[in-house]
Ligand binder design. Sequence first.
Ligand code: MN
Length: 327
Amino acid sequence: MELLNYLNRDSYTILCHHNADPDAIASAIALKYLINKYNPNADCKIYADSISKVSKNVLNEINEAIFVESYPKLSDTVFIVDTSSINQLKVNEEELKKREVILIDHHKRTDLADMCKLAIIKEYPSTSEILVDIFRELNIYPPKPVRIALLCGIVYDTKHLKLANAQTFERISYLLKDISFNKILGMLNLESDYSKRTAHLKACSRMVLKEFDGLNIALSHVSSHEASCAKTLVSIGADLAFVVAVRKKEGEIRVSARCRKNVSRYIHLGELMEKIAKKLNGSGGGHSEAGGLNAPYDKKKKKEEVIKEVLNLCYKTFVEEYKKALK
Ligand SMILES: [Mn+2]
């Protein structure tokens, strides 16, 4: 294995892409373990310019830490993991070019690969799986924390196994010894923060439910997290939800809308929100099942009054457009 030629250096820098996700973190940690397995005295530092919330959770669980730093000092040998292009790194490019660079990645090959001494690029669902194959080939069974990280990397990048293939499941079963898969799922499923959960509950308690042509249409208001609230109202049963947030300080009204497929079959929510926004002198848009708008808030009017007016307008405009679409 060509990689082995690069595992006997004294010091290493391992770079992850910005806002490093669990796949990047896991690949880096597994690589560090591998390097130290061959060379216990090697100095090996992992850097990312930022790391995601869920990655922080994974790192806490396995008691690992990485350096969060932009433009780190580079060792003579640099590994780059789970990164397809140099734009995803905050690194001194001129310095990097002078180093011995090894890339391990599962994205489409770009120019970054050309500046590398060795590029291990496989179109696997995750970079973590490339590391698993390396361990298997070298007959090294990684310790539990490394396997937990790799499982998190795989489950995260495969979108909870939706993108997994037959080999992915083999690699998972190889890693799972003495590990609860349920625990892995739990590590990746972060509790929403308190303010978001409170907003969800308020949106539910303030909800007005209207019915039109067999559709449940939920109208509500909160002061923040309106998008997540609209999504929640649909997830618990509404066919369509409009949630208003009046931001008095910023002099702004925001509306977020979500719907199910039985509604988006007839109405494109992004287009609907654009229409409603025009009536409020604002701007709106979005996708077929998720839309939103911003509009100026007339401070002379009472907040309650504005909320009522905006929600009525949303409902009325939807009904008009829906009737047109049904014809
Ligand atoms: Mn990845």
